[in-house]
Design a protein. Structure first.
Length: 281
């Protein structure tokens, strides 16, 4: 029987992100850094550079002219956006070689990217940084990958438990592992040294019930909404997908009228396909 401590320990054995990503993450809480030096470090990784430029040139950013170098992308998009793109590409690549039974990796990444895009779109309505929202949205379910790749047989028991008891996957995970993917994801983002606000958003992305305490306008709220919105729009194209409920405190924090919601839906759907093509193809 797998216990929560065993799962947490497995997180600590996962490989670190590439050194350049660690350098980029360190800049999240710094006011001064040499953009050209970091751009040069990114360029040393050819695969990472190619994927970053592909996303930079996608309709996600809608640039009028094509960018061909990381240095040019930094000057056009800004360092914060490039940092987000590089981090996203690296996180996805770090799990791309893993396989585990019947786990649907394509659907997983489609939902993660959908949540990232939705978080970016919803962020301005909550006065949250869009790049941080995108990163947190992308990372929010990483704990699921740890469970599915490191404990594949036990994770099949999770899915069987969920089907038998008609419950959420978090409830099934706690029944089998004694912990859930949100807690595991928070441990992983801490292991990878992401900023504390991103760790908190990953840990709290299911805090949406009446008894939960979600801050009125923070990064966690953005990810809670984005996760629900990604499910509601069925962007991952998963049969029988369930939409998690949102508490009244979250609805009040958003305070969007019908026209604003229509804009959120439209923008999220428009950005989603381009982002998937750049990141997972």
């Amino acid at each position: 029987m797998i216990c929560a401590d065993d799962v947490i320990k497995s997180v600590l054995t996962l490989p670190s992100l590439p050194a350049v990503v660690n350098d980029l993450l360190a800049t999240m809480e710094q006011d001064d850094f040499d953009m050209q030096v970091l751009a040069a470090k990114i360029t040393l990784d050819q695969a990472l550079t190619a994927k970053t430029l592909r996303l930079a040139n996608s309709s996600f950013y809608g640039l009028q002219s094509k960018v061909t170098t990381i240095g040019q992308a930094v000057s056009v998009l800004g360092f914060h956006s490039i940092r987000t793109l590089v981090t996203a590409c690296s996180v996805i690549a770090s799990f791309s070689a893993h396989g585990s039974g019947t786990f649907d990796f394509k659907a997983f990444w489609r939902h993660s990217i959908a949540s990232a895009v939705c978080a970016r779109v919803i962020a301005p309505h909550l006065q949250v940084n869009p790049d941080s929202a995108f990163t947190a949205g992308l990372l929010h379910d990483l704990g699921t990958l740890v469970l599915a790749t490191r404990f594949a047989d036990d994770y099949q028991r999770v899915l069987a438990w969920q089907y038998e008891h008609d419950c959420t996957v978090s409830v099934a995970e706690r029944a089998v592992f004694g912990t859930d993917h949100a807690a595991i994801g928070a441990a992983l983002t801490a292991h990878w040294k992401f900023p504390e606000q991103i760790q908190a958003a990953v840990a709290g992305h299911h805090l949406a019930g009446p008894a939960d305490c979600v801050a009125p306008a923070d990064l966690t709220t953005a990810v809670v909404v984005a996760n629900a919105l990604a499910h509601a729009l069925d962007l991952a194209d998963v049969e029988g997908d369930q939409v998690p409920p949102l508490s009244m405190s979250v609805w009040r924090a958003l305070a969007l009228d019908n026209s604003a919601w229509e804009g959120v839906f439209r923008n999220s759907e428009q950005l989603f396909d381009a982002t998937c093509q750049a990141l997972i193809t």
